[in-house]
Design a protein around this ligand. Sequence first.
Ligand SMILES: C[S@@+](CC[C@H](N)C(=O)[O-])C[C@H]1O[C@@H](n2cnc3c(N)ncnc32)[C@H](O)[C@@H]1O
Length: 299
Amino acid sequence: MLPRQPLRYLVADERQRARCLQCGTGVTSRDEKEARARFAERYVVPTPLTMADIERRVLGEGKAWGVNGYTTVAQADALGRALELGPGRCLLDVGTGRGYPGLYLAAKTGCSVVGTDLPHEPLVAAIRKAGREQLESRAAFVAAGGRAQPFREGSFDAVVLTDVLCCLRAKLAVLRSLKRLLRPGGRIALTTIYVTAGLPPAARRRANRSGPRAVASRAAPPQLLASAGFVDIDEVDLTPEFATTGQAWVEQWDQNADELIHLEGLAAFGERQRGRRMQLCAIEDGLLRRGLFWARRPL
Ligand SMILES: C[S@@+](CC[C@H](N)C(=O)[O-])C[C@H]1O[C@@H](n2cnc3c(N)ncnc32)[C@H](O)[C@@H]1O
């Protein structure tokens, strides 16, 4: 259920193409169509107890938030601090999936959150989760692609993206449009996987093949943030944790293979595990990295 009163002022500039969950998505580019189809497939599998259990073991929290990535609860807390969240602040969570980390941060810090993503399936799960966590009055979800966020300039105090930038081909264009949605002085924080700088061509190609679909980029995340007009850019390297969490996903899926194959199908299970193993090898060989980056819109 979408909130009745709060957050209405944020939604929606009708001239823009993204539309609300009830009306259908204004998918804007071939890239976004592809991403929507790919991730919709991934989110189709419900999150039964096994999935929740696996998530708790991999990411280290008493409660499962429907995570679809590598952002641990400790990392979500670090994002919340970097964004200076608290009661009265409004957060935009782009590529929120099933509402993570937006709902977690709303519960933890008292902020309000608007989550956006392309496929509808995870957003429906996020709305249900908001209800279960009694966050309806501080949470809203909108189906929208990275660049076409249907909100007015300066609507948000903070923007978060966890493991989303590496899924976007138009990284710079998305960051530029997110900067406009922040009030002056507002903050952005993100976790992302990226290719190690300065690799020889063959190693770079292997890194591009081993990471998420749009991991390839000429510029590193801090350069992208600077080019988009952000200032006070800072970062923490999360590569060692990336390897640990990646390994934990593989092990937990192996341990629960029978049930997951029953849920996902043998082919999808095999493909996910092969992808994860290939990515792990690339991390171990120093080809892929992951970091937490934060910055702010100039005053
Ligand atoms: C790895 S998942 C991360 C989900 C969630 N933030 C988390 O940490 O669990 C990446 C998310 O980015 C979304 N995504 C991919 N391409 C996108 C685009 N062009 N615009 C908006 N979201 C996109 C996917 O649908 C997916 O939910």
